[in-house]
Design a binder for this molecule. Sequence first.
Ligand code: F6P
Length: 345
Amino acid sequence: MRIGVLCSGGDSPGMNAAIRGAVLRGVEVHGFEMVGFMDGWRGFHDGDTVPLDRLAVRGISPLGGVMLGTSRVPPFPDGVATPEALAAVRARMTELGIDAFLLIGGNGTQTVAQMLDDAGIPVVGVPKTIDNDLGGTDYTFGFDTAVSVAAEAIDRLRTTGESHRRCMVLEVMGRDAGWIALHAGMAGGAQLILLPEFPESVEQICEWVLSVRDRGRSSLVVVAEGFRPAGEADVVTRAGLDGFGRPRLGGVAEVLAPRIEERTGIETRATVLGHVQRGGSPTAFDRVLATRTGIAAADAANDGAWGTMAGLHGDRVELVPLEEAVGALKTVPAARYEEARLSFG
Ligand code: F6P
């Protein structure tokens, strides 16, 4: 069997380890021939492939980024899986001699995987996203690395913030779910954690900041980029609007900081951590998780378990149907937020 490995969506530390795990198991144990598509679906459309064997994946686990490149290029024109678009995918697979796909990606990618599976195209998913918002798995690789980077940023901001008696607002990634903010904020003992799932008013935020000051401390506020103050879902940041006229993510900390300063009289600074969270070497946890999910995906292909994704459940990597993975976004439950709120204000 000849399997095409493709990475799609934003990169996530651990993707190289996942490729290595899948290739070592797939080529060495199951006897597959494996090729990688460069830059996601762009490489598929253009026939830009590289052979994947033991030599090609040697020493790549500790490396950040992804050896194949990744992109948000869609597999289908306009992102719609029409019968014509699916026929074009099948025709391209035949031209390239590809029997099956191993798709490494987050929500968008696994949704595409499900569309392919629905059309009878053999596919197995490997979950990745730093946001950790994919269903069907307890954790996705890349998340632990992002949390470590964000927690370190909190530690550093705290010392400079306290020296100046300032309120420091740190924005971390998290488009629809606040997992990075929740974990980094708990790890760093943030006084306030703001998540997309739980809007709070600016008034309430300022009350917390003032109560921290009354206890003689300086506030460290962690905010997920997808957070919007209660009643202000449409607030526009410096990121502006997208092509559909919707507010883009990125920069909510810069909206909050001056408003906190104005209302509380406490000097406030904003830091937007951005892509630093996605870059660099993966943590050991992410390397191990990525390697294990890659191995499980290769095993799934060998067993013909198409339409599945390799998810982490407790300490076991198990296959779940793709619809379980993409059915509902995995958001932060109220009970987890409640734990974090213990240290608020
Ligand atoms: O989905 C992962 C993610 O890192 C989000 O947290 C963030 O909103 C987005 O990707 C950033 O995307 P890009 O790298 O395309 O700016």
